[in-house]
Write a protein that binds this ligand. Structure first.
Ligand SMILES: *Cc1c(COP(=O)(O)O)cnc(C)c1O
Length: 401
């Protein structure tokens, strides 16, 4: 007997994460023996440093394999608070910190904690792919704030101010940004903090790339720049990008005690504690030696310079120089409308398919980040692969005429 499973309304418009989808398609082609240059991955190519792995092995051997407190083990919370104190000059008590299964789960729990149906969250474009879905799954409404690539994707404070309504509950900031690599100016962050205090909304600052910036500055965020706004700020971070630990799934929240309490309650009824072994590994990452972080940052900088040099040499591409993270986000829209009759490239999805099929390059279409003019290429891969990818890109675009 067949029947039709009836699905919830809230998943009708839910799409799977497009970055993960392209990466999967590229991996399948690769497994079939196709020579793919994969520039779609949203993760460092480096191996997790040895001292971190050893802490995990030790945790297993010590039998540290049972449930832990839902919001994380006390020593990891303390290491997180110490890091925020050291890097940002901010003080957090253990009750103001929660450990989760990745930064993504932190964002999910926050949305579940603060949003009622129809509540609005302001999201600058281009945005990380999961923000709108996380807001919508909580019943909230994503309101998109456009930014201008000619102004390095800076925040448009006047437009932001005009978007705030009595239903505005939060704004999400991601600086350095995935996908653009932009870093917001201190003045703009001060203006956001002022608006948040005046209009009482929460600023969710996704600091996951805080250690991967190329402007010579240490980590900073809206709370460190405007300490009097700290009670309006939810800091989201994790070990995935900084320590090449994407698979370990450890992220954290630091913010107002009430928010942390409710987010932890949601966690207690959904996933329980994050993995016990990975918590020990994250502790070694945050409290241990930091030279691995500097080495990876230097490698990313060298790769950024190389990929920018090659992109600039390709006609018809414009690309803002990323100031952090490990992606370039060039505008390829001058090639739209070109291609063989019947197969003209009409947008970034067509471009992604063209590049995958004709040039064997995997990259993520800009539409996934809210702007169809662009494509995201990750340079978290070695220089040879980057060069090969850019050579193929230049040739494939050249064939479009
Ligand atoms: C990778 C990423 C995250 C979180 O990753 P987790 O592995 O879940 O910690 C959050 N925000 C952005 C912008 C990211 O690129």
């Amino acid at each position: 007997m067949s029947w039709t499973l009836s699905l919830a309304e809230r998943v009708q418009s839910l799409k799977p994460s497009p970055t993960l989808a392209i990466n999967t398609k590229a991996k399948v082609l690769k497994a079939e023996g196709v020579d793919i240059v994969n520039l779609s991955a949203g993760e460092p190519d480096f191996d997790t440093p040895d001292h971190i792995k050893e802490a995990a092995i030790e945790a297993i051997q010590d039998g540290f394999t049972k449930y832990t407190p839902v919001g994380g083990i006390p020593e990891l919370k303390e290491a997180i608070a110490n890091r925020l104190g050291h890097d940002y000059g901010l003080t957090y008590r253990p009750e103001e910190v929660m450990v989760s299964t990745g930064g993504k789960q932190v964002l999910y729990n926050i949305a579940q904690a603060i949003l009622d149906p129809g509540d609005e969250v302001i999201i600058p474009v281009p945005y990380w792919v999961s923000y709108p879905a996380i807001v919508e799954l909580a019943g909230g409404k994503a309101r998109f704030l456009k930014s201008d690539p000619a102004r390095d994707f800076a925040l448009d404070i006047a437009a932001l101010s005009a978007m705030i309504t009595p239903k505005t509950r939060a704004m999400i900031i991601n600086s350095p940004s995935n996908p653009s690599g932009a870093i917001y100016s201190r003045d703009d962050l001060k203006a956001v903090a002022k608006l948040a205090l005046e209009n009482n909304f929460l600023v969710i600052t996704d600091d996951i790339y805080d250690q991967i910036r190329f402007d010579g500055q240490g980590p900073e965020d809206i709370a460190s720049i405007v300490p009097e706004a700290q009670d309006h700020v939810a800091v989201v971070n994790g070990v995935s990008k900084t320590y090449a630990m994407t698979g370990w799934r450890i992220g954290y929240l630091a913010g107002p005690e009430e928010l942390v309490r409710v987010a932890t309650k949601i966690q207690s009824q959904s996933t329980s504690n994050p993995n016990s072994i990975a918590q020990k590994a994250a502790l070694a990452a945050l409290a241990g030696p930091q030279d691995c972080v500097r080495r990876m940052r230097e490698a990313f900088l060298e790769r950024r310079d190389r990929i920018m040099e090659m992109l600039r040499a390709i006609p018809g591409i414009s690309c803002t120089e990323p100031k952090g993270a490990f992606y370039v986000f060039p505008d390829l829209s001058s090639y739209y409308g070109k291609g063989p009759a019947g197969h003209k490239i009409e947008g970034s999805l067509d471009m992604a398919n063209y590049l995958l099929e004709e040039a064997r390059i995997a990259a993520v279409p800009g539409i996934a980040f809210g702007d169809d003019r662009f494509m995201r290429f990750s340079y978290a891969t070695d220089l040879k692969i980057i060069k090969n990818g850019m050579d193929r890109l230049e040739a494939a675009l050249g064939r479009l005429g």
